[in-house]
Design a protein around this ligand. Structure first.
Ligand code: 13P
Ligand code: SF4
Length: 296
């Protein structure tokens, strides 16, 4: 199946991008794996005609926003993001109207219509930098309350927080971390900024998925407790056979990130199905918010 997909990709001049949480077979077949920021940068610069996005719907939308002349395919149209669904354009518009004028920073884990109403986007890798770059002391940040609280703690700015979250990262409790530390004394605990503040407070390292990969490779430490979606353990183990990685909790598993199989990828390439295209009236304002982020 891997050989079939690679052949189809070549025939169609297509590139296969995969998020770090995807199934091992997808990560091992893709042209590139990465975090949300790396994948959006790659989607912006590729010269392929087709982008097969192995991730969730908002990621394919971001690729379409950045590359409107390319065909963006999401091999499973039902791969969504529960956090992205916690805010709508209507509810954001109401919130904006209820506050004095201020920049709206929106996590890329959001729909294109929500991005279109925002000043600038951010990812887990750059949220602090983006927040600091804004010439404003008050900011509205959507949709992840945990990411917003993290940005607030790192920058000292007043952040109006949207009450959304990743239901999987939000499940991680201090009790999980305490139990993992007791089982693996001396292991470094890495947490994703989508985790709750009480988890961030316990972390040795706070980073995006690719930030964790880079840290694990560079560090002299040999054991790590991984506070993010369990899919990341595949790359961590593959790249560091001499090191040990333990999930902070087996419950940290996003079902939407596990939907795409190699058969789905082959099928979407053969039939050019699962196209995600953002209409121009939404794409143009959404692009402004994404481009501002990328320029920073
Ligand atoms: P990053 O890979 O950008 O850290 O994102 C995590 C995530 O939840 C993507 O859905
Ligand atoms: Fe959305 Fe959380 Fe799944 Fe990422 S891990 S796609 S934020 S539900």
């Amino acid at each position: 199946m891997k050989a079939k997909v690679r052949k189809l990709l070549k025939e169609k001049n297509a590139i296969m991008l995969a998020h770090n949480y995807q199934l091992p077979e997808i990560q091992d077949t893709a042209d590139m794996c990465g975090d949300s920021l790396e994948l959006s940068r790659q989607a912006a610069k590729t010269d392929a005609d087709i982008i097969v996005f192995c991730g969730v719907h908002f990621m394919a939308e971001t690729a379409s926003i950045l590359s409107p002349d390319k065909t963006v395919l999401l091999p499973r149209e039902d791969a969504g993001c529960e956090m992205a669904d916690m805010i709508t354009a209507e509810s954001l518009q109401k919130k904006i109207e209820s506050l004095p004028p201020m920049p709206v920073v929106t996590y890329v884990n959001s729909t294109a219509v929500v991005k279109a109403l925002s000043t600038i986007c951010c990812t887990s890798a750059n949220v602090v930098k983006i927040t600091e770059s804004l010439d404003a002391d008050e900011i509205l940040m959507t949709p992840d309350r945990n990411l917003a609280k993290y940005a607030e703690s790192q920058t000292g700015k007043k952040i109006h927080i949207w009450d959304g979250c990743c239901p999987y990262h939000d499940r991680l409790t201090p009790a999980h971390v305490v139990a993992a530390r007791a089982k693996h004394p001396g292991a470094v605990f890495m947490a994703h900024p989508e985790c709750r503040p009480e988890i961030i407070a316990l972390a040795d390292v706070v980073a995006s998925t690719s930030g964790m990969i880079q840290h694990a490779q560079a560090a002299a430490d040999k054991e790590f407790i991984v506070g993010t979606e369990v899919g990341l353990l595949h790359t961590l183990n593959k790249q560091n056979p001499e090191k040990k990685f333990y999930p902070a909790s087996e419950e940290l598993l996003c079902p939407d990130m596990k939907k795409i199989t190699l058969a789905n990828v082959a099928n979407c390439l053969e039939n050019l199905s699962g196209e995600v295209k953002v209409p121009e009236e939404i794409r143009v304002p959404a692009l402004a918010a994404v481009k501002r982020m990328i320029s920073i």
